[in-house]
Design a protein around this ligand. Structure first.
Ligand code: BGC
Length: 252
């Protein structure tokens, strides 16, 4: 296997993405695969699907998996948006059997931040970078001079003024659940930005997630006291960051 290639998987509440990347440039090599969970996101259904993609790609070697919950080593600590069955699933063992190499688990939002710091909008930046991963949930990752604080999970904090968690109102899911127009969603997102800025005083904020396809309309609707930037790897940062973690952890 070409040892400059690395593979990452970005698992989310609605589907998963798989990409092979160049470990030096971060560029995607070949097809970037996106698969919806469809009717089931149970690990017994999703893990074989991931394995089948790995076998189509004829991938043998280390892989990184961005998981939508808190993780530590090989343990999944929470799975708020994909189903509690994932807490007991033998995720690492099953995937290691398919790919024949070590599997590195990383929080999905942390993977996005790692990709953007290494190869994207946060590259070479000092200070406090807040990366927001806006998906089924809200991922919140802080890096200080490039060093990441893992599993921050500010999206699970109580919303400062509304009932429920911050991510209940500031996520892609919130837009569907409350049937919000883009303008209404932006107002709620602004509340989230204001709250997070108060808590974390970032020097720059990077935004990532499906909603960013509307960035040109959203841009004039949201503001912060620091620059707000779209992720450069607009749909692949999760997979890229996970891939990068697999290489980092397999280095001696
Ligand atoms: C989870 C985070 C995850 C985020 C984005 C939140 O609900 O708690 O761990 O990073 O969703 O998927």
């Amino acid at each position: 296997m070409d040892n400059r290639k690395m593979l990452g998987i970005d698992l989310g509440g609605s589907g998963f993405r798989v990409g092979v990347f160049d470990s030096v440039s971060g560029k995607n090599i070949g097809e970037f695969i996106e698969i919806d969970h469809g009717a089931s996101r149970h690990p017994d259904v999703v893990l074989p699907r991931i394995c089948s993609v790995l076998s189509t790609l004829q991938w043998n070697g280390p892989i990184g998996l961005g998981f939508p919950g808190a993780v530590e080593g090989h343990d999944i600590l929470s799975a708020p948006n994909i189903g509690q069955e994932w807490l007991d699933a033998a995720v690492v063992q099953v995937l290691e059997q398919c790919c024949g190499g070590p599997v590195t688990l990383v929080n999905d939002a942390d993977a996005v931040a790692i990709a953007e710091v290494q190869f994207g909008a946060g590259h070479g930046e000092n200070g406090t970078l807040l990366t927001l991963t806006i998906g089924t949930g809200l991922g919140t990752t802080v890096t200080e001079n490039g060093t990441l604080i893992p599993n921050l999970e500010y999206g699970l904090m109580p919303h400062p003024t509304r009932e429920g968690k911050l991510e209940d109102h500031v996520s892609g899911r919130a837009r569907k659940e409350f049937d919000l127009s883009l303008i209404e969603w932006a107002e709620r997102f602004q509340e989230g930005i204001d709250h997070l800025c108060e808590q974390l005083t970032p020097d720059r904020i990077v935004l990532y997630g499906g909603i960013m396809e509307h960035w040109s309309e959203l841009k004039p609707l949201i503001r912060a006291q620091c620059p707000l930037l779209p992720a450069i790897h607009s749909n692949s940062a999760g997979a890229l960051g996970a891939a990068f973690c697999s290489v980092e952890s397999s280095e001696p």
